[in-house]
Design a protein around this ligand. Structure first.
Ligand code: GLN
Length: 205
């Protein structure tokens, strides 16, 4: 029997609908998360792309910041794309003054890193761990991963675009992040990979 995991999408701001579609095609049930109690019913969480400065402010206003940190520390699987990657970083560069994150992944992420040179671009990103041909990755005012701690696995690097070889996809245990937006391209392999991770985590508990 395969379990159908319930994956929450942090729905404060950003491209929530696109993630819902991608996750459903990966066999998950989805719910929008805007209130702390909604975190209790989910097996995994997606933090969408959008604007991290706005999202973190809204998370504080909605009393979600500490509950999010607690759930993630407690082992809730989570996947962040673009602004979501910034939200999951333990450390950020080029944030606005005092910009906080939820944290969880032992990495330093540079906000708007590619965006200094160009606002958006596409690049092939091979992700052997996820499988198949290189991703046709779409980057929009995207961050890159400046450095990672020992426990972090690099899942992908940008092969094209303004700066090649930058780390743009990572995983640390049950947490993962991409600087690009797989939810926008109709290629749902990253969402499948995450849904499998969530399913396995659910079965372990
Ligand atoms: N530049 C945005 C930020 O700082 C991220 C952009 C995106 O999610 N497409 O949050």
């Amino acid at each position: 029997m395969t379990t159908v995991p319930t994956i929450g999408i942090l729905a404060l701001q950003g491209d929530v609908r696109e993630h819902a579609r991608a996750l459903e095609s990966a066999g998950a049930r989805t719910v929008r998360v805007r209130r702390p109690e909604e975190l209790e019913r989910i097996d995994g969480l997606v933090i969408p792309g959008g604007e991290s400065t706005t999202m973190i402010k809204l998370a504080a206003v909605f009393d979600l910041l500490e509950p999010l940190r607690k759930r993630i520390e407690g082992g809730l699987p989570a996947y962040g794309s673009c602004a979501g990657m910034i939200m999951l970083a333990d450390r950020i560069e080029d944030g606005v003054t005092g910009q906080q994150t939820i944290g969880g992944i032992d990495m330093t992420v540079r906000r708007n890193a590619f965006g200094r040179q160009v606002d958006s671009f596409e690049s092939p990103v091979p992700m052997p761990e996820v499988g198949g041909a290189p991703f046709h990755a779409v980057f929009i005012r995207a961050p890159w991963v400046e450095s990672v701690g020992d426990g972090v696995q690099v899942l992908g690097r940008a092969e094209g675009g303004p700066e090649v070889d930058r780390i743009v996809a990572v995983r640390q245990g049950r947490l993962m992040a991409t600087a690009f937006h797989p939810e926008l391209t109709g290629d749902h392999r990253v969402h499948h990979y995450f849904a499998d991770l969530v399913r396995r985590a659910t079965e372990e508990e």
